[in-house]
Design a protein around this ligand. Structure first.
Ligand SMILES: C[S@@+](CC[C@H](N)C(=O)[O-])C[C@H]1O[C@@H](n2cnc3c(N)ncnc32)[C@H](O)[C@@H]1O
Length: 380
C-alpha cells in the first residue's frame, strides 16, 4: 500500500544514507530519472521499491558510531593548497593522514601537466607536416603512442622515476594500514604501481572504473594506405586498425601502508586496515571491484581528467571512517576534497594550478552547511 508520505521517502533515504541518485537507482534496479522524479514528488515509487527504501531507513538507525583510534596523532585541518605537492608533503608530519586518494598524472602527454619527462625530440614535441595536419588528440600528444625514436621509449622508465620522487613521502605521512588509492592511465599503470611497491607500499588489489563514455579512436589502416595512394594495400587491410581497443575502463591501484601488528590490532590502534564492505555495497550497488559511475547532472566538464565525486566518495568510505583525513596530492578541480567533505572526512588537497585551486574552493563552498565535514575540523 503506497501512503501519502511515500512522497518524501526517497529524499529521506538520500539524506540519511548519503547515497547518490545513481547509486540508489542501481540498488533499486530502476532508472536514475525515476529516482529523481520521486525525490521531486513528480511520481511515487512502486511498492517493491517502497519496501527497499523503508529497509534502508531502518538499517541506518541501527549503526553505532565507531570508537576513536587507540593511537592519537596531531590534528590536521582540512585545506586546499596551491603548491607543488612533492615539496608541500615533505613538510607534513609523519603518519598524519589516513588515506591517499589521487588521480595522478598519467605520463602520456594528455596536457602540459602530463609531460613528465625530459624527452624533447622532434617526434614528441616537434611539428612535422603529419603532426600539423593531424586531429585534436594527435596534436595534443604530438606523437604516436608507441613512439618513433629510442628516446620516446625511455618515457616509461622516466615516468617510474617521477613516481619515485613522491611515493616514499606518501608512505611516510600515511598511518599504518592506511590506503593509497590511485587512478592513473592503463599504459603506465605497471610503472606507478611498481614505484609505490618499491617505496614500501603493499599492493592490495586492482580495481576498474567503468567509464560511462569512451571513444574508440583506433585509426583504420586502410585510410593510411589510401592516403598514400596504395589502394591495393588499403583493400587488403580493410577492417584492421592501429592503436588500442575502446578504453572502457580506468585502472585504480589499491595499496596500503604495511603495519607491524595484526590487522585486528591495527584497526583498534589506528582505525585503519579493514574495509567497510557494507557501506561500499550500498554506495556502489555491489561488492565488486568493478565500479560503474557516471557524472551527476551538471557535474562534469571542469577538468580534462575529472572523476565523479560519487565514485571517489565510495572509495573514501571503503577504507576510512568519519573524521579521518584524506590526502590528494594531484587534486585537479578538487573532486576528492568535495567527496571527502560530503562524507565527513577531512582533506588535504594539493594542486599546482591556482585557477583550479579557486575552482575547488568554489565547489566546496556549495556543499550545504551542516553536512558532515564542512567545518574542516578533524577528530584524530
Ligand atoms: C589527473 S589530474 C586530476 C584531476 C582530478 N581527478 C579532477 O577530478 O579534477 C592531475 C592534476 O595534478 C596536477 N599536478 C601535476 N603535478 C603536480 C604537482 N607536482 N603538484 C601539484 N599538482 C600537480 C595537474 O595540474 C592536474 O590538474
Amino acid at each position: 500500500m503506497i501512503e501519502r508520505n511515500d512522497r518524501d521517502l526517497t529524499r529521506e533515504v538520500v539524506d540519511l544514507t548519503g547515497l547518490t541518485v545513481s547509486a540508489l537507482a542501481r540498488k533499486l534496479r530502476v532508472k536514475a530519472a525515476d529516482v529523481s522524479a520521486w525525490i521531486r514528488g513528480r511520481s511515487l515509487p512502486p511498492p517493491e521499491c517502497v519496501e527497499v527504501l523503508r529497509e534502508l531507513i531502518e538499517r541506518t538507525g541501527v549503526s553505532e558510531p565507531l570508537p576513536g583510534p587507540r593511537v592519537q596523532r596531531p590534528r590536521l585541518e582540512s585545506r586546499i593548497v596551491c603548491a607543488d605537492s612533492r615539496e608541500y608533503i615533505s613538510r607534513l608530519p609523519d603518519e598524519s593522514v589516513d588515506c591517499v586518494l589521487s588521480d595522478i598524472p598519467y605520463g602520456i602527454g594528455l596536457a602540459e601537466w602530463d609531460v613528465l619527462h625530459e624527452n624533447r625530440n622532434s617526434a614528441y614535441l616537434g611539428s612535422s607536416a603529419a603532426q600539423k595536419s593531424a586531429g585534436k588528440v594527435f596534436r595534443r600528444r604530438r606523437k604516436p603512442i608507441r613512439g618513433w625514436s629510442s628516446a620516446d621509449r625511455e618515457i616509461p622508465a622516466q615516468y617510474y622515476e617521477w613516481c619515485g620522487s613522491w611515493a616514499a613521502e606518501w608512505l611516510r605521512v600515511l598511518r599504518p594500514g592506511g590506503s593509497a588509492v590511485v587512478f592513473a592511465g592503463r599504459r603506465l599503470a605497471h610503472r606507478y604501481t611498481g614505484a609505490l611497491e618499491d617505496a614500501g607500499f603493499s599492493h592490495r588489489d586492482l580495481l576498474a572504473w567503468l567509464r560511462p563514455r569512451a571513444v574508440f579512436r583506433a585509426q583504420r589502416l586502410s585510410v593510411v594506405y589510401r592516403k598514400r595512394g596504395d589502394l591495393a594495400e588499403a583493400k587488403k587491410w580493410a577492417g584492421w586498425r592501429v592503436g588500442n581497443l575502446r578504453p572502457a575502463f580506468e585502472p585504480i591501484t589499491w595499496c596500503f601502508k604495511p603495519y607491524a601488528v595484526t590487522i585486528a590490532d591495527n584497526v583498534l590502534d589506528h582505525g585503519l586496515g579493514a574495509m567497510n564492505a557494507d557501506r561500499f555495497s550500498s554506495l556502489t550497488g555491489s561488492s565488486d571491484n568493478v565500479l560503474r559511475f557516471g557524472f551527476e547532472e551538471g557535474e562534469g566538464g571542469l577538468h580534462e581528467a575529472q572523476k565523479p565525486v560519487a565514485l571517489l566518495q565510495a572509495l573514501i568510505e571503503l577504507c576510512t571512517i568519519p573524521g579521518q583525513v584524506v590526502l590528494d596530492p594531484f587534486m585537479g578541480s578538487g573532486s576528492t576534497a568535495v567527496a571527502a567533505a560530503r562524507c565527513g572526512r577531512g582533506y588535504i588537497a594539493i594542486e599546482q594550478d591556482s585557477g583550479l585551486c579557486d575552482l575547488a574552493r568554489e565547489r566546496l563552498a556549495l556543499i550545504p552547511q551542516g553536512q558532515p565535514g564542512d567545518s574542516g575540523s578533524i577528530r584524530d
